[in-house]
Design a protein around this ligand. Sequence first.
Ligand code: MLT
Ligand code: ZN
Length: 476
Amino acid sequence: MPDTAAPAAALLAQLADIVGPAGLLTDPADTAPYAEDWRRLYHGRTGAVVRPASTAQLAAVVAACAAARVALVPQGGNTSMVGGAVPAEDGSELVLSLSRMNRVRAVDAVDQTLTIEAGATLKAAQDAAEAAGCLLPLSIGSEGTAQVGGILSTNAGGNNTVRYGNARDLVLGLEVVLPDGQVWNGLRRLRKDNTGYCLRQLFVGAEGTLGVIAAAVLKLVPRPAQSEVALCAVASPEAALALFTRFHRHDPASVNAFEYMSGLGMDFVLKHIPGAVLPLAARAEHYALIDLATPRPGADLRAMLEAVLEAALEAGEMADAVVAESAAQRAAIWRLREEHSEAQKREGASIKNDVSVPVSRVPELIRRATAACEALLPGIRVVPFGHMGDGNIHFNLEQPVDMAASAFLARDHAIMDTVCAVVRDLDGSFSAEHGVGKLKPYMMPDWRGGAELALMRAIKRAIDPAGLMNPGKVLP
Ligand code: MLT
Ligand code: ZN
């Protein structure tokens, strides 16, 4: 296909001047990986990937592109599940990679804050916190690749939302490059600051449609002194919820994560992930992973875990459990959960439904959406799993064994709409933690129409009147 919308040579020369030779990729072999998502569902094209190394360079790049009226797609680790960082297919948009802006600017163990640039990976941010004796309480499967800017732009949730909230709850300050190239320095690290509209929260979750997050001040917490992880075989989603409620009532401050997995999802992990072993005596139809932690050195977390599990066993909420005896075993149990997405990818084509409902309605969601999908497409393999403790289930669906992947994927809207009809009935949301990206803007009028979508459009017009920031994402 001819590159009808390639960026002008003059703009590329200007960008090369700003970022230097290491900062500009134009060879299609170099730019190709930045133009598709990791699931290979979206295939865009781009004339260049611009990689600024500082906020000043970033601001100059954005200003030059604004003057040339060329649209930008900000990109972090490119781990979006909804195509949020893929450029358009016509090659007209440039990718703005933040990966060279990856410095830790400051860690303060008294203020419990970390000031870090957008292109640092979440893992690097966690390590910086740990080196200062603190914990950055945000954890997701892709943390080795996903970057702070992307995490904030998508308001990532992950495993610890039940205890610490989502990414937005951890942000005290931001440095943002606005669509015209101005820098807003809002890198404050105050716990209280009531001075008008909370602008930073506009950029968190905006998926790069309002500007580019350049750096952030994140909240830290004390590092845990003790932690415990258990994997339980449970008879039903209802039993898993009862187990969660039991732990949460006992000590909400120690429940770091409570994850649900289905028998089939675990089967896929055991089949496809090298080294994965089920540490329980027998396969179960449903599993729960409990992660407890406390910063109190004297607290006997193990005794508490065992007492609550004992009571759950007596109450019939749980059939069997294994408690990790070492850090290696804790990691091995977590790996069974974290590899769910990868195992599903290896099993075949899958359609993701990152949805949330009130926690109390998770079992009903699993039952009703399972029945609805099986009625829609006999043979479909239902693989619900995820963050039961915060009501966010990944209601993922794997292609029937005897159906072509392309034929299955062609039915994605019908399948997503079937799940979403149940979610709506249960007062839930069509996107819990992955965002809207390119996959779900079509759902926005139906779910967020009226005053809500009108307000979002007004905000977009006010901040990005030329529509140059991540076009085609979030807003239909
Ligand atoms: C996860 O929690 O592992 C991901 O957000 C889920 C997914 O792949 O849908
Ligand atoms: Zn998740």
